[in-house]
Design a protein around this ligand. Sequence first.
Ligand SMILES: [Cu+2]
Length: 187
Amino acid sequence: MRPSQLTRHLPVAAVAAGLVLFAASPSIAGADRVRAEGDLVRYGSASHVPDGATARVQAVYNAAGDTIVTLHVRGLAPNHEYGAHAHKSACGATDANAAGGHFQNVPFPEGSSASDPAFANPVNEIWLDFTTDAEGNAVAQTKVPWQFSPTRRAGSVMIHSEHTHTGGLDGAAGTAGAKLACLTVGF
Ligand SMILES: [Cu+2]
């Protein structure tokens, strides 16, 4: 897909009230996009991640300083809601927690927490929630107004058992139930 096609279909990002935006960091030298695809690393029960489920992730770093991430999944449970985010590190072979927490463009400060909605939101993190179709396939896309730096980059996309909560009565911001499956992405 060309970037021009991507930008025509971008969803309007939900912007958390009161969030302060930040300057974009420079694009990664020599790469304006990355792509990863393959079998998902599965954790725990296979009921929601059938054998053979796959994912493909593409990140585009545009000249305006944005990052556009697209996730395609195939072969998950049909008609099912999942959460998905960019996490800090590569997928662990058997330990779901090896991928670490969510990548945050502006990391939550000392005295705050990973689920502070001022930091755990779809502008400061990469959220890729989706609902599968009858075949267990889905596409999700997000656009954030920043890019990774060469020394601070996400390492994976983690798929969770629920759509992502946004804080308050909806539940702790950024949480999305159990970690079900993971794809390492060299963002
Ligand atoms: Cu996550």
